[in-house]
Design a binder for this molecule. Structure first.
Ligand code: MN
Ligand code: MN
Length: 304
């Protein structure tokens, strides 16, 4: 990988990792998700970066893609296990990482198992390795600790302006003989659940994260106005509804979003929920694949 790109990836990765750790310090019983989301996103923007995607604050059986609306009064509870997934952006270079905070004190072993699975996976990464072998190691680690992997979530390649591309990196041996390439940037992200879980996620109702698609002209002026805002501010990376429509009523904004979604101008990334409604833990690192090993670009660790 050329020097310049690598430098940028490392800079963006460090900003992503710092942003995740800072956000994790705000996640406390009684804190509102909206306040944590807005503080974390504002801090990252003020440090001179864009956002690769809206912060995901996913509690308990929500595995990923929960981001609060402006009306969301939800708070964190002392019974929660919380996944914080976030990333910075600069000149199209994207960062990605995640960690899990256990406020309940009941899921420490599960969080550790996800982290251990990630560490074991990282130690195997090098050019030429089959993705299914990484998945097999993740599943082995998770199952030996008494937990279950989520089968339909996994890691991915990361390229400029494209957070999910290239290889899919499964959390089990899915038989895929696809190999990692020297110089590729990837994310590995074990999602795991308890034995009472189904080990799969399904889409839920919370729809606050969208991506621009384009290609159609919406009928109503409100939808055209919101589309224009999306095209000018967030043409490349996922955005949150709460970032849009200042000066519009919430009703007009959501009507516009609904129309844009129906016409295919934008696509939704709905919250993903464990099918057995069991709690989920996640760990995620971003890595540069090298000939004989890998370089860690993000690896957010829990602090005290
Ligand atoms: Mn992520
Ligand atoms: Mn990811």
């Amino acid at each position: 990988m050329e020097e310049d790109r690598l430098k940028q990836a490392i800079e963006v990765g460090k900003a992503s990792q710092d942003a995740i750790v800072s956000a994790s310090r705000l996640v406390k019983p009684g804190a509102r998700l909206l306040d944590v989301a807005e503080a974390a996103e504002k801090a990252l923007r003020q440090s001179g970066f864009g956002l690769a995607f809206p912060i995901n604050l996913s509690q308990n059986e929500r595995a990923a893609h929960y981001s609060p609306s402006l009306e969301d009064q939800t708070t964190f509870s002392e019974r929660d296990i919380v996944k914080i997934d976030f990333g910075a952006e600069k000149n199209g270079v994207l960062g990605d990482g995640a960690l899990t905070i256990d406020l309940s004190g009941e899921h420490g072993k599960m969080v550790e198992a996800a982290e251990k699975a990630l560490d074991n996976a990282i130690s195997m990464v090098k050019a030429g390795i089959e993705v299914r072998k990484i998945g097999a190691e993740i599943a082995r680690t998770v199952e030996s600790a008494g937990f279950k992997v989520i089968l339909n979530l996994g890691g991915h390649g990361i390229e400029e302006n494209d957070l999910h591309t290239g290889s899919f990196i499964p959390n089990y041996d899915n038989g895929d003989s696809d190999v990692l390439e020297d110089g590729a940037i990837i994310a590995i992200e074990p999602f795991i659940t308890t034995k009472s879980g189904k080990g799969q996620v399904t889409e839920g109702d919370n729809m606050e994260i969208y991506s621009y698609v384009g290609g159609a002209v919406p009928r109503t002026p409100g939808a055209r106005k919101v589309l224009h805002e999306i095209e000018s501010k967030y043409p490349k990376n996922p955005f949150a509804v709460r970032w849009l429509g200042s000066g519009m009523s919430r009703f007009s904004l959501y009507s516009a979003i609904s129309e844009l979604s129906k016409t295919g101008c934008i696509s939704v990334n709905p919250v993903l929920i464990e099918m057995g409604r069991a709690p989920v833990a996640q760990a995620e690192a971003e890595l540069l694949v090298e000939k004989d090993s890998c370089k860690v670009i993000t690896l957010a660790k829990r602090t005290g």
